[in-house]
Design a binder for this molecule. Structure first.
Ligand SMILES: Cc1cc2nc3c(=O)[nH]c(=O)nc-3n(C[C@H](O)[C@H](O)[C@H](O)COP(=O)(O)OP(=O)(O)OC[C@H]3O[C@@H](n4cnc5c(N)ncnc54)[C@H](O)[C@@H]3O)c2cc1C
Length: 379
């Protein structure tokens, strides 16, 4: 057992950290304050090859592998959580969907464009009536000649108003529950596709979360992803990988909280001493550092299992559960260490606190991760 990163991974981690500090961190507060889309940041990430992390080199991707991708997502999110979310969805839930389940023709058509950022990918599973119970979705796909016609409304879709291609799940058999769902590759330029209401969110304000309205969207039969009525299995398989992405994000936010807290504890003086001289503050720093490292190890374990082609669903859920809880804990303590300053927008910990919250909610809530983990022991 070896806890050291290889030389290549260390170089990648350093490059991602340097890039994020130089290009993303200075823009993060502005995107948050204006609720402006992180499109410019995504363009810069594309130049680094970070939009092709899940895509084989043969299709123009950077093919970083699950461990490399996780390390990059940690570093990107450490600087800007909105950019981290966009990258996680694009890589883990769209590109990877095509790599794993696409036909040769679908791969040739979409992967080179997704790898360069010419196309941005989104993932549309959730609806108003089906969140945790995703298998109850109602959006329907009706066959018409060689095509499918999609009708319905999706909710909570990350950058659904900016994406070019959406992996979208729709009901193809109304009587078969979760066994009547199929995955489709939907081009957002299609007639009848419309991005509706944009949510006004607590955090991740540079990542628009929107409703999608599908009004007779015609999708060619060639854009059915995987097999007919096997879409729910695809949705869950992708979420297993996506959870490593969210765990990585959560580690990034927690790490940013630790870094900001150490800095502030060294600078701010009370009672004639820096805050870091007080035992109570030292204890918080020690707890934060231990939680960051623990979450990072669980996350890299899940990524490493995935890289080796071994089962990783339970470990991905454990990583997501632990890392997201710890990100929230670290964000709370970081605000506390900053005192009143931490409650203002003058310090980034206020944003970290808001950005951390959603990591316990999306891609399966904390409660759902526990169900997933417990089932693997109790079945
Ligand atoms: C910022 C943001 C971005 C998102 N991006 C996307 C996206 O790109 N694509 C997409 O498809 N979806 C996306 N989502 C949706 C997200 O995945 C759902 O919000 C999430 O799955 C929870 O569903 P829900 O909001 O309907 O909550 P609900 O399912 O209504 O849950 C409400 C509460 O009940 C609990 N609960 C539910 N069922 C159980 C149970 N069986 N046992 C115990 N407790 C339970 C939950 O844990 C939660 O605490 C996004 C959400 C947000 C907030």
């Amino acid at each position: 057992m070896d806890f050291e990163l290889s030389e290549d991974l260390t170089i990648l981690q350093d490059a991602a950290r340097e890039f994020a500090a130089k290009e993303l961190a200075p823009r993060a507060a502005r995107s948050d304050a204006d609720e402006s889309w992180v499109g410019e940041q995504i363009g810069l990430c594309a130049e680094m090859g970070f939009l092709g992390m899940a895509i084989p080199e043969a299709y123009g991707g950077s093919e970083l592998g699950p461990v490399g991708t996780s390390l990059v997502l940690m570093e990107i999110t450490r600087a800007c959580a909105s950019t981290g979310t966009t990258l996680s969805v694009h890589n883990s839930l769209t590109s990877e969907a095509i790599v794993r389940f696409g036909t040769d023709e679908q791969k040739a058509r979409y992967l080179p464009k997704l790898a360069t950022g010419e196309m941005l990918g989104a993932y549309a599973l959730s609806e108003a009536g089906s969140g945790s119970d995703a298998g109850a979705l109602a959006c329907k796909a009706t066959p018409e000649g060689d095509d499918w016609v999609l009708d319905g409304t999706k909710l909570w879709i990350s950058h659904g108003n900016k994406a070019d291609l959406v992996v979208l799940f729709a009901r193809t058999d109304p009587s078969a529950g979760s066994r009547g769902i199929t995955a489709f590759l939907v081009e957002t330029a299609s007639e009848g596709y419309k991005a509706g209401k944009k949510e006004r969110k607590m955090g991740l304000r540079g990542s628009p979360t929107v409703e999608l309205q599908l009004d007779g969207v015609r999708v060619p039969g060639a854009n059915l992803l995987g097999e007919l009525n096997k879409g729910f299995g695809i949705a869950l398989a992708l979420l297993d990988g996506g959870r490593i992405g969210i765990a990585s994000q959560a580690v990034g936010i927690a790490d940013a909280c630790l870094e900001a807290s150490v800095k502030y504890a060294g600078e701010r003086e009370q009672f004639g001493k820096p805050l870091g001289a007080f035992g109570a503050i030292q204890a918080k720093i020690a707890d934060m550092a231990t939680r960051v490292d623990g979450a990072r190890l669980l996350t890299l374990r899940a990524a490493s299992l995935k890289e080796k082609g071994r089962p990783y669903g339970r470990e991905a859920s454990m990583a997501k559960l632990d890392a997201s809880r710890n990100a929230n804990w670290c964000a709370k303590e970081a605000v506390q260490i900053h005192g009143g300053a931490g409650y203002t927008r003058d310090f980034p910990v206020e944003r970290y606190f808001r950005d951390a919250r959603v990591t316990e909610i999306y891609e399966g809530t904390t409660e759902i991760q526990k169900l997933v983990i417990a089932r693997t022991y109790l079945r």
